[in-house]
Design a protein around this ligand. Structure first.
Ligand code: ARG
Length: 458
C-alpha cells in the first residue's frame, strides 16, 4: 500500500513503479533525509503540534536508522518509491502510530528540496577541499621552478620565454576562482526550505527558524513556491563543475602535448600512465585523456538539468526528480578527475633541460631584441621590422639571434652593441618581465605568496 494510496482504487502498474521510483539513486540522500526529519520532529514536539512523547519516539528511532544508514545496513524497497517514503515507511513499521505523525506540516516537495540543498552544501565543501589539494600540489611545483625557463605559447607557436612556475600559477589562479565560484553556490544553497509545504506553506504553527537553527542553515527561504521549485543552487553547482572541468581538460591537453616525444616537457609517473596492447614502446597519458573526455559528460549533466527546468510552471513538477542523477554524476565525475589529476601532477617529472632548449630555439627572445633597439632610440614599429628581417635571415641559416656575431647583427642595425647578448639571453628576457603578474622570478614569488594567502582566506 502506497503512503498516498487513499484515493486510488488500483495498484500502480509494475512498469510505472519501475519507471518513476527514484530510490535507486536518491538513497544517497538517506542521511540528509533523516537529519531533516529529526529536526522537523523535534520542532513539531516543541510546538505541541504532535505529542512530545511521539516526537521523542520518532527522534530516537530516526537516530537509530541513521546509524544503520551509516553502517550500510538499512535496506530500501522500490515499492516505497523514493528515499522519503522509504524512511517514513520503515519508521512507521518500527514505531507504529507515532511514525504516522512525522509528515505533519510537511510535503515531499519541501523535504526533497531540503535534502538536496544539504547534500549540495556538503558536496561543495568536498569539491573545495579537492581543489585546494590540487592548488597546493601546483604551488609546490611553482616554488621549485621559479627559474625553470620554458617557451610561452600563443597559437601553440613559441612566443616569449616564461617559467614553469609562472605557467603553473596561471592554473592556480583559475582553480582559485573555481573555489570562489563555489562559495557563491554555497551561499545560495544555504537556505532552509521546510515550511514551504507542497507549495503554499501550511496552517500548522511550524517554527521555521528553529528548524533552520537545528540544521545549521544561515537563513530560511522567503517564498513557499520558490522554496519547492528552485533548483538554481544545483545549476550553480553544475555550472561551477562544468567550468572547473573545462579548466582541468585544458590542463590535461597540455599534459598530453608535453608528454609527447615532440615536446618531452613532462615524464608521467608509471603509476599514472598506461601501455598499449600491441605497441611495446607506448606510454600513454590515458588519465589526462580520460579527464578531457569526461568533461563532456559533466557539460551534459549541466545541460540536462538546465533543459529539464526550462519549461516548468511553478511549483514542483516530477521532472525535477531528474536533478539528482545529473548532480550526483557530475559530482562523482568531477571529484574523481580532480583527485586523480592531483596524483598525476604530484608524481610527474618535469624535464627542465628540454624546456630550456625549447625556450632558446624558436626566437622567443625576438620581442626582446626589438625592445633592445627601442631602448637604443628606434621606434618600435621599425624595430619590429628590423628583427623580423633578422629572424628571416637566421631561419635560412638555421641559427638563433644570439648565434650571430656582432658584425652580423650590425648589418641589420648599427644600434646593436656588445650588451645585446646579455639583453636577449633567455633568463634576462624572463627577469625583465617583472611587472606584477609577470614571469620574473620575484614577481612569481609574490604571486605565490598572494595565492597562499588567498587560499587561507577562502
Ligand atoms: N522523488 C521526488 C523527487 O525526487 C520527491 C518529491 C516527490 N513529490 C511529489 N509530489 N511527487 O523529486
Amino acid at each position: 500500500m502506497k503512503l498516498w494510496g487513499g484515493r486510488f482504487e488500483k495498484a500502480t502498474d509494475r512498469s510505472v513503479d519501475d519507471f518513476h521510483s527514484s530510490i535507486s539513486f536518491d538513497q544517497r540522500l538517506a542521511e540528509q533525509d533523516i537529519l531533516g526529519s529529526i529536526a522537523h520532529a523535534t520542532m513539531l514536539g516543541e510546538q505541541n503540534i504532535i505529542p512530545q512523547a511521539d516526537a521523542d519516539t520518532i527522534v530516537s528511532a530516526l537516530a537509530h536508522m541513521l546509524e544503520e544508514v551509516r553502517a550500510g545496513t538499512l535496506a530500501f524497497s522500490v515499492d516505497a518509491e523514493d528515499i522519503h517514503m522509504n524512511i517514513e515507511t520503515i519508521l512507521t513499521e518500527r514505531i507504529g502510530e507515532a511514525g504516522k505523525r512525522l509528515h505533519t506540516g510537511r510535503s515531499r516537495n519541501d523535504q526533497v528540496a531540503l535534502d538536496v540543498r544539504m547534500y549540495a552544501m556538503a558536496a561543495i565543501r568536498t569539491a573545495q577541499e579537492n581543489l585546494r589539494a590540487l592548488i597546493r600540489a601546483l604551488l609546490s611545483i611553482a616554488r621549485e621552478n621559479l627559474y625553470t625557463v620554458m617557451p610561452g605559447y600563443t597559437h601553440l607557436q613559441r612566443a616569449q620565454p616564461i617559467t614553469l612556475a609562472h605557467h603553473m600559477m596561471a592554473w592556480v589562479e583559475m582553480l582559485l576562482r573555481d573555489i570562489e565560484r563555489l562559495n557563491g553556490a554555497y551561499a545560495r544553497a544555504d537556505s532552509m526550505p521546510l515550511g514551504s509545504g507542497a507549495l503554499a506553506g501550511t496552517t500548522y504553527p511550524l517554527n521555521r527558524e528553529r528548524v533552520r537553527e537545528l540544521l545549521g542553515f544561515s537563513r530560511i527561504t522567503n517564498n513557499s513556491l520558490d522554496g519547492v521549485a528552485d533548483r538554481d543552487f544545483l545549476l550553480e553547482y553544475l555550472s561551477s563543475a562544468a567550468i572547473s572541468m573545462m579548466h582541468l581538460s585544458r590542463f590535461c591537453e597540455e599534459v598530453i602535448l608535453w608528454a609527447s616525444a615532440e615536446f618531452q616537457f613532462i615524464e608521467l609517473d608509471d603509476g599514472f600512465a598506461t601501455g598499449s596492447s600491441i605497441m611495446p614502446q607506448k606510454k600513454n597519458p590515458d588519465v589526462a585523456e580520460l579527464i578531457r573526455g569526461k568533461t563532456g559528460r559533466v557539460y551534459g549533466d549541466l545541460m540536462a538539468l538546465l533543459t529539464a527546468m526550462k519549461g516548468l510552471p511553478l511549483a514542483y513538477n516530477k521532472d525535477m526528480q531528474e536533478d539528482k542523477e545529473a548532480f550526483f554524476d557530475a559530482h562523482d565525475t568531477w571529484m574523481k578527475c580532480l583527485t586523480t589529476f592531483t596524483g598525476m601532477m604530484q608524481t610527474a617529472r618535469f624535464r627542465r633541460e628540454k624546456m630550456a632548449r625549447a625556450a632558446e630555439g624558436g626566437f622567443t627572445n625576438a620581442t626582446d631584441a626589438a625592445d633592445y633597439l627601442v631602448k637604443k632610440g628606434m621606434p618600435f614599429r621599425e624595430a619590429h621590422e628590423v628583427v623580423g628581417k633578422l629572424v628571416l635571415h637566421c631561419l635560412k641559416d638555421g641559427k638563433a639571434i644570439n648565434d650571430l656575431s656582432l658584425a652580423g647583427l650590425k648589418e641589420f642595425s648599427p644600434l646593436f652593441a656588445e650588451d645585446v647578448y646579455e639583453a636577449i639571453s633567455i633568463l634576462a628576457c624572463v627577469r625583465g618581465r617583472n611587472l606584477p603578474g609577470g614571469p620574473a622570478p620575484e614577481a612569481v614569488e609574490a604571486a605565490i605568496a598572494q595565492a597562499e594567502a588567498r587560499l587561507e582566506r577562502l
